[in-house]
Design a protein around this ligand. Structure first.
Ligand code: ARG
Length: 571
């Protein structure tokens, strides 16, 4: 059955269309009535009639049937009240719908480029954001019915590998593997850098090593592989700890595109797009200028003949369009790379590698800040290790559970603490509008009150506990939703809005909209539960209230799951 919003909207669209073909009713859920259509103003301008007149024309041709009633308010708003029968039928259909009203799309191939940490470098909070947002989008798109191809564009190539490989040799392979496998990537990187700065002999060896790596020397490649494999194994541990869906198969690092880079240059040359500037080969895409108004180059090949980050991204676009048949490419990358990515798509479009029909979107995100509202740094001033944050979140969640003496085995309590910690960290990230910065504050993220992941998990577990108290499994056959109390009505309306919230989040690539919806729903549920006793009710009233509990629980669980957050039965 179509979602409630769509049913109401399509009737209104027909009536608006009778006044002017294609006019949008601009329908929104409303606190004053059930829905409000605000499209009259725009329509009145288009047809040159007064809003009041237009509102009356719309109402005159509106065929709402049993959906509800409409009233003209103010200068021309249309206030819509749903009929109880209609809302009841809608809620009943949701009870039998595992998708809770979200329609399946025609499947498309969606590439999501996310996480992308760098080999032999620590994953930091920026990678956390990319990983968590990318994972949520991947789950949402898959739920919508699309074919998602995750691409973990790991930084596994470039001049730093000269010194990293030389350092690995100095340490001895076994010792290096031991350091890397415990995830001590930063120490390894720092030591390599320090030697490079202090020791000219090491510097020269590193330079030669880069040449050997680029020319495909087998022994050098083998050593490079060790660095990559150890790092990827470590990233996988972090992904497992976060419970994200990325696998080693999704790792298609920068090096994968090496063989395609020469062709990128040649084809740009043939297309007449390449310009030599200061010895480097560049494209100056139209519309990009620096602060002084001078054209901005996208550097494809550097003066030293090495290929840069841009060349790899161009090759990746081609590969994704030609080989993976991408219909949409999402880049979940920090906001500072906006211009780089924009230049990459512009050049790829001019070169004919990226048809207009393929949408490219930069899913940009802001910074994670420390408690001092400055860039998040460790006490020593270095990058904060992502796993350390997760471990600390788990410790604190575990301590909270011990304090509440939840009566679980050590193992079960640990598992619950892990689930709460993940929910806390992911929800805090996803619930902030992604372009904005947020402060990393574990105590606030882990709180059971307020707009937090653990609060929503708890709301779900509380609903499950109601069902555990029943003498027999609930049976919703023939349930009628009378929704007599205002809190029940308000909850019922909230429940049918899940598809709107989901669609709006996926359309604009803004997971926080789904978070806002779920938090609001949990609050509606609390108000309902305070006003409308469930376990002490009887007969059809109890069935109705239990059905509202079931739908709320199912909606919270599904909503959290598409964000990558699980909902334990008990907390
Ligand atoms: N490895 C880069 C970093 O850590 C991010 C790569 C983003 N993806 C891309 N296709 N450029 O900043």
């Amino acid at each position: 059955m179509p979602a409630t919003y769509d049913l109401v909207n399509s009737r209104l669209a027909t009536a608006f269309g009778a006044v002017l073909a294609g006019a949008d009713p601009v329908l929104r859920p409303s606190d004053r009535c059930d829905y409000q259509a605000n499209g009259v103003m725009a329509l009145s301008k288009s047809v040159g009639k007064s809003p009041r007149e237009v509102a009356e024309l719309v109402v005159a041709s509106l065929e709402f049937g049993d959906i509800g009633t409409v009233e003209i308010a103010g200068p021309g708003f249309l206030n819509i009240s749903l009929s109880p029968d209609f809302l009841s039928t809608q809620l009943s259909s949701l009870l039998n719908d595992p998708r809770l009203g979200v329609e399946r799309a025609n499947p498309e191939n969606i590439i999501i480029d996310y996480s992308a940490p760098n080999v032999a470098k620590e994953m930091h909070v920026g990678h956390l954001r990319s990983t968590v947002i990318g994972d949520a989008l991947a789950r949402m798109y898959r739920f919508k019915g699309h074919q998602v191809i995750a691409r973990n564009h790991v930084g596994d190539w470039g001049t730093p590998f000269g010194k990293l490989i030389e350092h690995l040799l100095d340490m001895g392979e076994d010792a290096a593997i031991a350091t890397l496998s415990i995830g001590d990537l930063d120490t390894f990187y720092r030591e390599a850098n320090a030697k490079f700065e202090a020791d000219d002999g090491f510097k020269e060896r590193s330079r030669l090593r880069v040449v050997a790596l680029q020319s495909g020397d087998p022994e050098t490649r083998r050593l490079w592989r060790i660095l990559v494999d150890q790092s990827v194994a470590y990233f996988s541990e972090v992904y497992a700890k976060l419970d994200v869906l990325l696998t080693p198969d999704d790792v298609v690092g920068e090096s994968f595109y090496n063989d395609m880079l020469q062709k990128v240059v040649e084809d740009l040359q043939t297309a007449g797009l390449l310009v030599e500037s200061d010895g480097a080969l560049c494209v100056f895409p139209e519309g990009f200028v620096n602060r002084d108004g001078d054209p901005l180059p996208l550097i494809v090949q550097k003066r030293d003949e090495g290929f840069g980050y841009a060349a790899t991204d161009l090759a990746a676009v081609r590969n994704r369009v030609e080989n993976l048949q991408a219909q949409e490419i999402l880049y979940v990358v920090g906001a500072p790379q906006a211009q780089h990515l924009d230049m990459v798509y512009t050049v790829a479009r001019s070169a004919g590698w990226l048809p207009e029909s393929v949408r490219c979107e930069h899913v940009a995100f802001g910074n994670v800040l420390g408690q001092d509202h400055k860039m998040f740094k460790s006490r020593e001033g270095g990058t904060v290790k992502l796993v350390r944050l997760l471990d600390e979140a788990i410790e604190r969640a575990d301590a909270q559970l011990l304090e509440r003496s939840v009566g679980l085995s050590d193992e079960a309590r640990r598992e619950l603490a892990t689930s709460i910690a993940r929910a806390a960290v992911k929800y805090a990230d996803l619930s902030t509008e992604r372009q904005r910065d947020y402060v990393f504050e574990l105590d606030r993220m882990l709180a059971f009150e307020g707009d937090t992941g653990p609060y929503l998990q708890y709301a779900y577990a509380r609903i499950e506990s109601i069902f555990r108290k029943l003498p027999a499994p609930a049976d919703f056959e023939g349930v009628v939703f009378n929704l007599a109390e205002p809190q029940a009505w308000h909850l019922g309306l909230g429940l049918v809005e899940f598809p709107i919230a989901f669609e709006s989040a996926i359309r604009d690539l803004l997971p926080h909209r789904l978070c806002t919806y779920l938090f609001d729903l949990a609050q509606r549920f609390t108000a309902f539960y305070d006003a409308c006793p469930v376990l002490s009710a009887s007969g059809s009233l109890q069935v109705e209230r239990l059905a509202l509990c079931r739908l709320t629980g199912d909606t919270l669980k599904l909503g959290l799951s598409v964000l990558g957050i699980d909902a334990p039965q008990k907390m």
